[in-house]
Design a protein around this ligand. Structure first.
Ligand code: CMP
Length: 149
């Protein structure tokens, strides 16, 4: 069944000029890009709300800095059969350092650096995908919109 998932090229991915390679991998892997933002400078409130699930974690303040201080991101909605799990497989483990060892062909192995600077995001479940897509694209994909604040 066709699914949609949310992909983000994080500031380190943009700054390292990885956007074109990432887009090529996406298209060669059979995803269609349903919609995408232009380069988008996120503010702290937006990131804090997007990552609300992590608000109690020790790394939360650092995550907000990382996602806002180093420049813009690029956000895409990807569609294909099994998009959510397949995009997670393509990006590889959260810790890019591990990815380089265990999943050398993954996107995070190619462009990430460590546990925080892992260059891309992918929704981790159907529930997250619905929430994340409607969070950034409420007019295009209003279904599943949740009240976040
Ligand atoms: P992602 O899985 O896209 O969403 C949560 C992000 O928080 C994650 O990518 C990393 O960028 C960051 N992150 C996750 N775990 C840690 C951690 N233990 N320390 C620092 N950053 C983390």
């Amino acid at each position: 069944e066709n699914e949609r998932t949310l992909a983000i090229v994080k500031p380190d991915g943009i700054f390292g000029n990885h956007t074109a390679s990432i887009r090529n991998i996406i298209l060669q892997s059979g995803f269609t890009i349903q919609t995408q933002t232009t380069l988008l400078q996120l503010d702290q409130d937006t990131v804090a709300t997007f990552y609300a699930d992590h608000s109690t974690k020790t790394f939360f303040p650092s995550l907000i800095k990382y996602m806002t201080r180093y420049g813009p991101v690029l956000i895409m909605v990807l569609e294909k059969v099994n998009a959510i799990a397949d995009w997670r497989t393509l990006i590889g483990p959260t810790d890019a350092r591990n990815a380089k060892i265990t999943h050398p062909n993954s996107i995070r192995a190619m462009c990430g650096e460590d546990l925080e600077r892992n260059c891309v995001h992918g929704s981790d479940s159907h529930h997250s995908a619905a929430r994340e897509i409607s969070f950034f694209f409420p007019h295009i994909f209003p279904e599943g919109t949740m009240t976040l604040k």
